[in-house]
Design a protein around this ligand. Structure first.
Ligand SMILES: *[C@@H]1O[C@H](CO)[C@@H](O)[C@H](O)[C@H]1NC(C)=O
Ligand SMILES: *[C@@H]1O[C@H](CO)[C@@H](O)[C@H](O)[C@H]1NC(C)=O
Ligand SMILES: *[C@@H]1O[C@H](CO)[C@@H](O)[C@H](O)[C@H]1NC(C)=O
Length: 406
């Protein structure tokens, strides 16, 4: 039974505790949440994508796909908006970023991108990459095995993505027509996939839409760069604890933290942490902060963090994972190879935020220069890194994407 039904049943009992207000119009309002008329109960806080999608009255489907290297990953699907079924629909594929999962496209309630696309006649598919809450199985390993966590976005790109896209094509019969929309690491994955597997990409994708594009990382914020020299120390520390990844193995502990994060006054701390990636405070909606705070941190491998840290340090190289002394054996060169993004054949549309401290303007232009496919820098938003998902003007962005792909 869905959480929504349960809530509905229990909450018809007067004075029950379950309908406690959990979101407010402004940050100030949270101080007096219990008796404040500007606060209300939002069932999306702490809910899963399935619960949120069904709760808003949309059809929800879930499929497990096995990758070539044995990971079992989960695709979610909203095939239509409940009334516009029938007729073949163009497919939109949404790929989340680092340490989150498909729920990142569902922060905005009815105005979430998933629903906007479904209401405009799209068949919406949501990826959950390996290691996240909804994709934590493997044919051989469990999340408690260090070997399970031996991956970065490289493997998400060359194993998860092809398996998912092949499955979608099998289900929908649409070849070469999928619109790929990625945010942050979701964009990194698209560049690696379509540069290393250009033929496969040609058979699957029609467009690549990049929100906060991440390939080169030469101009990230000084704060992030300051951590980079300590990357192997940090690796050794966590490895000594046997922690090669954060996922369902520690999720229940994370969930306690996230529940706290969704409440005042912790909400201030948690939203500020997210803002380290750059933000435009004016874009933050106080009422969605608890939804995004409760959904963040879905699973991440240490190797993913290390791979990004290496690229930050590689000064102008968007490169494979650096195995140090083993590079010669693995790659037949002392440096890891660069990803051949000049081989990408799919049109790429880049949206970046002026206040983004991770996907910075200079690095996005560097990427733009290196791309040899049809490409365009689209509207620049006054966004920080995560405003693409929950910003006040996120809806304008989705409308622009709709125009672009129609
Ligand atoms: C559902 O989709 C159809 C067509 O795509 C649209 O006309 C209708 O308004 C949508 N329903 C909602 C509730 O937006
Ligand atoms: C991790 O994967 C790499 C390449 O995919 C392989 O060379 C290495 O042996 C693996 N390491 C472990 C600990 O499984
Ligand atoms: C390794 O690289 C060298 C020089 O770059 C090249 O001559 C050689 O053929 C390569 N070996 C293999 C096995 O690819």
């Amino acid at each position: 039974m869905s959480k929504y039904v349960l809530v509905l049943v229990i909450c018809s009992i007067p004075f029950s505790a379950c309908m406690r207000k959990n979101v407010c119009k402004t940050i100030e309002d949270y101080r007096t949440i219990e008796h404040n008329p500007n606060c209300w109960y939002n069932p999306d806080v702490g809910a899963s994508p399935a619960e949120i999608i069904k709760g808003h009255g949309y059809p929800f489907e879930s499929y497990e796909v096995v990758t070539k290297d044995g990971y079992i990953v989960t695709l979610f699907r909203v095939p239509h908006n409940g009334t516009n079924f029938g007729a073949k629909k163009p497919v939109v594929f949404l790929q989340h970023g680092m340490a989150v999962d498909s729920s990142c496209y569902l922060y905005l309630g009815e105005k979430s991108s998933v629903f906007v696309f479904a209401n405009n006649g799209y068949d919406v598919w949501l990826s959950n990459s390996r290691g996240t809450k909804y994709s934590s199985k493997h044919n051989k390993y469990s999340v408690y095995d260090p070997a399970y966590w031996n991956f970065s976005f490289h493997e998400m790109a060359i194993y998860d993505l092809p398996a998912m896209l092949e499955f979608i094509i099998k289900m929908t019969g649409q070849t070469g027509h999928i619109h790929y929309i990625g945010h942050s690491m979701g964009t990194t994955i698209s560049y690696i996939y379509s540069s290393l597997m250009p033929q496969h990409a040609k058979r699957s994708l029609r467009t690549i839409v990049s929100l906060a594009p991440v390939a080169f990382l030469d101009h990230v914020s000084p704060l992030v760069r300051a951590i980079v020299p300590f990357r192997y120390l940090i690796w050794d520390f966590f490895a000594s604890l046997g922690l090669y990844g954060v996922g369902p193995n520690v999720q229940f502990k994370l969930d306690i933290v996230l529940q706290m994060c969704a409440r005042y006054p912790f909400i201030l701390i948690c939203s500020n942490l997210g803002d380290l990636a750059g933000t435009n405070q004016a874009e933050n909606r106080a009422s969605t902060l608890p939804v995004s705070a409760a959904a963040q941190l879905s699973g991440i491998s240490l190797k993913t963090l290390l791979h990004y840290a290496q690229i930050i340090d590689a000064r102008g190289r968007f490169q494979y994972f650096d195995y140090g002394p083993y590079n010669r054996k693995i790659y037949n060169s002392t440096l890891p190879p660069e990803y051949p993004i000049y081989k990408i054949k799919i049109p790429v549309y880049l949206f970046y935020g002026r206040r983004d401290l991770l996907a910075t303007e200079k690095d996005v232009y560097h990427l733009y220069e290196k791309l040899k496919t049809e490409k365009r820098i689209m509207e620049v938003f006054n966004f920080g890194h995560n405003n693409f998902l929950s910003g006040l003007h996120a809806l304008d962005l989705y409308q622009m994407i709709l125009k672009l792909i129609q």
